[in-house]
Design a protein around this ligand. Structure first.
Ligand code: ADP
Length: 447
């Protein structure tokens, strides 16, 4: 096992990894920008290294600075958290060249899944159901029309290099196709420096269902059921739950086995998430994330596993402890993302926290790097905490969420907490009846 791990991240996820290290008797190294000198992850780690100025491009994304920090401190492995360098194949390659272990999959797997077309191609070959669409990139409007006629309208045009929901355009019929295609291309060129686009059938009222997978890198893969992350604003998740309120045990077993087998066949190592759109009992692959997800705690709650510990163990060459036959769901878990944002526009709201009080009690987990007097810097993500609740069933989890939100105090900045109080009063949220469009429609009506 490693003696020392460096965490190439900040905020709540850095704390999450430090906690796992401490329980495993592994020393932790925090890295930070100048603005983060007083951050909780710096205080909590055994050692810390300042890796550069405030912009992430010069600190949390600086490969040379992070490698140097590893060499200075003697850390043998790096946990990337999510975001930043977590899905950067070049970073993983550089670590390999320096003899540092990356706690995550291989550079090759990251590369395959990071390109949307090869990812879809690979998924198809592995027997994972995909959305009907073009075979790879679509070169021109004429081809786009031909493909659309084959798969049927409406269609969605997506950037090959896309991410964060950008570079996507919907065409409801042929009259809309040319403009949609040209707009998607120029937007992808502007956002990603690459104008290649592909096409898919546009699903009208799907849910976002993602399967948590884990591989040992030696042919064995397991799945830890699904998370329903359909409540999204601008393709950003805000509320996640597990198990999915609309997924039957039979559906879970079927799609779970397909995913676990695929991970085994790939010799994939570590944690991953296979994302699907789900409509009328069918799953359609959209992408795979080759990292730990923000919303992983809901899965940890219902399966009683520590995914970060397991990531560290397999990265160190130990046998994967997870076994499919032991993985049984217990109860229901929900996570809400607490962002420092001002409603109704969700404008980032950095500033000083005058008072912070975390909720507690049975079935409550608060993952946050906040403390009294902390100043949220304006340079990074607005996520300041995740409140995760676990109950024996969904109604109990909802009641517990409402109770815990009532106990939470974050003074000094605006947060998304009022949004969740209102959401919990909605009959559709109470019953679990929502698609990926529900939240946007509700926000348009209520805010
Ligand atoms: P990104 O990498 O930019 O997040 P994804 O492919 O994961 O792109 O898609 C993001 C979101 O866009 C999905 O969660 C869904 O809301 C919507 N979306 C993507 N593909 C389709 C589709 N074929 N039909 C309907 N909605 C889609």
């Amino acid at each position: 096992m490693f003696d020392k791990i460096l965490i190439a991240n900040r905020g709540e996820i850095a704390l999450r990894v430090i906690r796992a290290c401490r329980e495993m008797g592994i020393a932790s190294v925090a890295v930070h920008s100048v603005a983060d000198s007083d951050a909780m992850h710096v205080r909590m780690a055994d050692e810390s290294v300042c890796i550069g100025p405030n912009p992430s491009s010069q600190s949390y994304l600086s490969v040379p600075a992070i490698v140097a920090a590893c060499e200075i401190t003697g850390a043998q492995a790096i946990h990337p958290g999510y975001g930043f360098l977590s899905e950067n194949a070049n970073f993983v390659q550089v670590l390999e060249d320096h003899g540092i272990t990356f706690i995550g999959p291989t550079a090759e797997h990251i590369r395959i899944m990071g390109d949307k077309i090869t990812a879809k191609e690979t998924a198809k070959q592995l027997g994972i159901p995909v959305v009907p669409g073009s075979d790879g990139g679509v070169p021109d409007v004429a081809t786009a029309k031909k493909v659309a006629a084959e798969i049927g309208y409406p269609v969605i045009i997506k950037a090959t290099a896309g991410g964060g929901g950008r570079g996507m355009k919907v065409a409801r019929d042929e009259s809309e196709l040319e403009v949609a295609f040209r707009t998607a291309r120029s937007e992808s060129k502007a956002a990603f420096g690459n104008d290649e686009c592909y096409m898919e059938k546009y699903l009208q009222r799907p849910r976002h269902i993602e399967i948590q997978v884990f591989g040992d890198g030696k042919g064995r893969g397991v799945h830890l059921g699904e998370r329903d992350c359909s409540l999204q604003r601008r393709h950003q998740k805000v509320f996640e739950e597990a198990p999915g309120p609309c997924i039957t045990p039979e559906e879970r077993a079927r799609i779970g086995k397909i995913c676990a087998d695929a991970i085994g066949k790939l010799n994939y190592i570590g944690a991953g998430t296979i994302e699907f759109l789900y409509e009328d009992g069918e799953f359609y692959f959209i992408e795979m994330n080759t990292r730990l997800q923000v919303e992983h705690p809901v899965t940890e709650a219902i399966f009683d596993v520590d995914l970060v510990r397991e990531q560290i163990r397999v990265a160190a060459g130990e046998e994967m402890e997870l076994r499919q036959e032991d993985l049984k769901i217990r109860g229901h878990a929900i996570e809400v993302r607490i962002n420092a944002e001002r409603l109704p526009n969700f404008a980032p709201c950095p500033g000083k926290i005058t008072q912070y009080h975390a909720p507690g009690g049975l079935g409550v987990r608060m993952d946050s790097a906040l403390y009294d007097g902390y100043s949220i810097p304006p340079y990074y993500d607005s996520l300041i905490g995740k409140l995760i609740v676990h109950g024996r069933d969904r109604p109990e989890a909802l009641a517990r969420l409402s109770r815990a939100l009532g106990e939470l105090i974050v003074d000094g900045v605006d947060t998304t907490v009022p949004l969740f109080h209102q959401l919990l009063a909605e009959p559709d949220i109470q019953s679990g009846n929502y698609s990926i469009h529900w939240l946007e429609k509700w926000l348009a009506k209520n805010f």
